[in-house]
Design a binder for this molecule. Structure first.
Ligand SMILES: Nc1nc(=O)c2c([nH]1)NC[C@@H]1CN(c3ccc(C(=O)N[C@@H](CCC(=O)O)C(=O)O)cc3)CN21
Ligand SMILES: CC(C)C(=O)C(=O)O
Ligand SMILES: [Mg+2]
Length: 268
């Protein structure tokens, strides 16, 4: 890297202070070079448990392991210098008790150098969020469509359409904010609910499929690049990398088979 690194990264309190100010820009990242490329443009880099689907080819986020999150968290911290790095707590490593969550989260923070963790859940996780924040671990919460609960929710459908669903998610958002979360991801919730949540709580909402009314936005980087084959409605493809890779691989294969690569300039 040839450019000068700023001395300090963006902090969780700085993200919290962005409520109703400049929109927060967040993308997932799983590898060092990608983190380096995104770092100039993003306020927050999320090492999502979506790594299980995007990088490892699993069908859900449930198989993401603590070791995976730490390995990819280290890579993203290594590659970046400015953004706040947030690491997802993987399924099964924090839900049992606040003490279990602290053991997992502190290990992630120690071994990766990340500045915060994210966990899924609302009212049920409020006590854990308060326990972690009081012990030095900034927590980003995640409500609405919580993919680790796919087996309880019965799929990845948008949330907040029924009255019960709507008021439960509202209660969840208020509970996690009151427990001390520095920001809240709202995933796949109807716009009206995203507006209500954003107005009701004093920490920023970061939307994914939750309308432009949130205080920030997040997408899975591979989705945004057009790399991932199956795209939810909330994804905009800002590029078409899958096609570009296909074309580049085809050109390489043709050059190799036609003995057009390597040429003299690639030889010693
Ligand atoms: N690549 C990727 N992108 C994501 O946004 C993402 C992940 N992986 N893994 C973790 C979760 C899972 N998420 C998902 C996954 C699928 C849909 C989806 O297919 N939604 C459909 C509706 C499905 C239904 O109604 O049952 C859609 O049309 O939006 C939505 C969110 C969001 N997260
Ligand atoms: C979709 C985002 C918010 C996430 O939790 C992930 O990538 O794991
Ligand atoms: Mg996640």
């Amino acid at each position: 890297m040839t450019y000068l690194k700023p001395p300090k990264r963006i902090t969780a309190p700085q993200i919290m202070a962005r409520k109703r100010e400049k929109p927060i820009v967040m993308l997932t990242a799983y590898t060092a070079r990608m983190a380096e490329l995104l770092d100039r443009h993003c306020d927050v880099l999320l090492v999502g448990d979506s790594v299980a689907q995007v990088i490892y080819g699993h069908g859900s986020t449930l198989p993401a392991s603590l070791e995976m999150m730490i390995a990819h968290g280290e890579a993203v911290v290594r590659g970046s210098s400015r953004a706040l790095v947030v690491v997802d707590l993987p399924f099964g490593t924090y839900e049992e008790s606040p003490a279990q969550a602290f053991a997992t989260a502190s290990q992630i923070m120690d071994r990766t150098g990340a500045g915060a963790v994210k966990l899924e859940g609302g009212t049920a996780m409020a006590e854990t969020i308060s326990y972690l924040t009081q012990r030095g671990i900034p927590v980003m919460a995640h409500v609405g469509l919580t993919p680790q609960a796919v087996n309880v929710l019965g799929g990845y459908a948008a949330r907040g359409k029924g009255n019960l669903d709507y008021s439960r998610i509202m209660d969840d958002a208020i509970a996690v904010a009151e427990a001390g979360a520095f920001s809240v991801v709202a995933e796949a919730v109807v716009e009206e609910l995203a507006i209500s949540i954003t107005e009701a709580i004093n920490c920023p909402t970061i939307g994914i499929g939750a309308s432009v009314k949130c205080d920030g936005q997040v997408l899975v980087v591979d989705d945004m690049l057009g790399m991932f084959d199956r795209n939810p409605k909330f994804v905009r493809r800002f590029d078409d990398f899958a096609t570009r890779i296909d074309e580049a691989a085809a050109a390489y294969a043709e050059a190799v088979r036609g003995k057009a690569f390597p040429t003299q300039q690639h030889c010693y």
